[in-house]
Design a protein around this ligand. Structure first.
Ligand code: C2O
Length: 473
């Protein structure tokens, strides 16, 4: 390794960086490899015969044909998810980032397309499963277990631009990206769902249905990887374009994942801190993030530009959410499909008036979870006549969330914690306190006969909270 290359990569990643680049011999080579890193494109902009789609089909076909004990085998890759994926905690984003990167490298190697990058499905702009994933069993990207059809349209309440913009407007890492667990807590333990995971992420799993509706089976549907690439794109946009810092908590940064394998089937270890540089070193998006390919400008290959992107990737902050006051519902609640449920919260007007920088959150704690393909949840404020038809544009719409769970009765069904930000809707409705009525509507997925019809929530409350975000200098 040349001296200048060692220094450059040392600045970027404290030494481990060059492994991420594959091989590059000189500093100039490394900088060019970074500048020309493969582009992850919106799949709806690709023609049916685009080489990227052909390469993905070829890779999927080959992975399905690999011996069952090859770690790159299709089912083996899905089993990584069944056994190790974090949901409802702050490892959700970095774990899936690493899962995608190593999967992408396997696809690149097997397809033989040297600059292959996974496309993404922008369900916010194109809310139906994209055309390349249909056409019957002759198509390796088709999955016959889906309950969605090519004509099904995902609900704007969960994935529409208005909802996604609001989520991308979050400034608090944990409310955006799911909440903390301690260093010693198993990575698969749930803590609390951030809004990106709870709303568009979980919803799309239930909406596509079939394998996609289950934690243990979802990566068997080739569209899984396009869905998670969109989640990854949202995180890149949030960090780099919207300038939001991740947490710098060492319980998060130092977490290590040991279950992945590289394109040759060899085991790899990767820490969360290392994943922060993937979008700077290993891929870029066509429209967001560092080196966005669609801007028309040539990708920057100067050390200064790459350094700046790496610094931004690594800049964390101390991030907390301090809850100042709570206004709980007096008892647990059960909502049933077809019977809109009202939950009443007595809220002290003085608390709503205090502290202009405070935020108002609606928390649903201890919520039953095994409803993935059965229904999603929409919440309205002071809208007793809300129904499944009431649109997200209704001024009383407060937010939505959905579920994502394991198949099989042998799995612990558990409960989860969800949160909505209701600051805007309270302002819009001029609500200054008194009794707040939440109207909860369970919305079945089209074309599916729900197996569960009831949602239980142990504790519903309005929280007055404050974001604590102290950037590192
Ligand atoms: Cu680990 Cu969308 O799933």
């Amino acid at each position: 390794m040349t001296q200048d290359r060692r220094e450059f990569l040392g600045t970027l990643l404290g030494g481990a960086g060059w492994a991420m680049l594959g091989g590059c011999a000189t500093l100039k080579d490394c900088q060019q490899a970074i500048a020309n890193r493969p582009v992850r494109r919106n799949i709806t902009t690709l023609a049916a015969n685009d080489p990227i789609i052909a390469a993905y089909k070829s890779a999927v076909t080959q992975m399905k044909a690999l011996p069952a004990d090859d770690p790159r085998n299709w089912i083996k890759q899905a089993d990584l998810h069944a056994n190790h994926c974090p949901h409802g905690n702050w490892l959700f984003l970095p774990w899936h980032r690493a899962y995608l990167l190593y999967f992408e490298r396997i696809c690149r190697k097997l397809s033989g397309m040297a600059d292959f990058a996974l496309p993404y499905w922008n369900w916010s702009l194109t809310p139906s499963v994209p055309a390349p994933f249909w056409g019957g069993n002759a198509n390796p990207l088709f999955d016959g277990s889906r309950t969605a059809t090519q004509a099904s349209v995902a609900s704007a309440s969960n994935v529409g631009p208005m909802v996604l913009n609001s989520i991308l407007g979050e400034i608090n890492f944990e409310t955006f990206a799911s909440t903390h667990i301690a260093a010693a807590t198993p990575q698969t333990s749930g803590a609390g769902y951030g809004r990106l995971e709870a709303t568009p992420h979980n919803y799309i799993h239930g909406f596509v249905g079939g394998n996609m509706g289950f934690v243990n089976l979802s990566p068997r549907d080739p569209v899984f990887w396009m869905h998670h690439n969109m989640i990854e794109r949202c995180w890149v946009q949030w960090n780099f374009d919207k300038n939001n810092p991740n947490t710098n908590d060492s319980d998060w940064m130092n977490r290590e994942f040991t279950e992945f394998c590289d394109e040759n089937g060899n085991p790899v270890r990767v820490t969360v801190a290392e994943t922060l540089l993937f979008p700077v070193f290993s891929y870029r998006y066509d429209d967001v993030g560092p080196g966005a390919a669609g801007s028309g400008a040539p990708a920057p290959d100067s050390k200064a530009v790459q350094d700046a992107a790496a610094r931004k990737a690594k800049a964390g902050a101390k991030v907390q959410l301090d809850v100042l006051q709570r206004f709980p519902a007096p008892q647990p609640v059960t909502a049933v499909i077809g019977q809109p449920t009202a939950i009443r919260l007595p809220v002290d007007p003085a608390a709503l008036r205090a502290g202009p920088g405070n935020r108002t959150l609606l928390a649903f704690d201890g919520t039953s979870l095994d409803h993935t393909s059965d229904f999603s949840v929409r919440v309205f404020i002071n809208k007793p006549d809300a129904t499944v038809e009431t649109p997200a544009e209704d001024p009383h719409f407060a937010g939505a969330f959905a579920f994502f769970h394991h198949a099989g009765a042998d799995h612990d069904h558990g409960t989860g914690n969800f949160v909505l930000d209701v600051g805007d809707v309270l302002k819009r409705l001029n609500i200054e306190g008194g009794t707040l009525e939440l109207d909860v509507v369970l919305v079945p997925f089209p074309g599916q006969e729900p197996k569960t019809r009831e949602l239980t929530v142990t504790r519903t409350e309005l929280r007055i909270a404050k974001d604590i975000i102290e950037r590192q200098q």
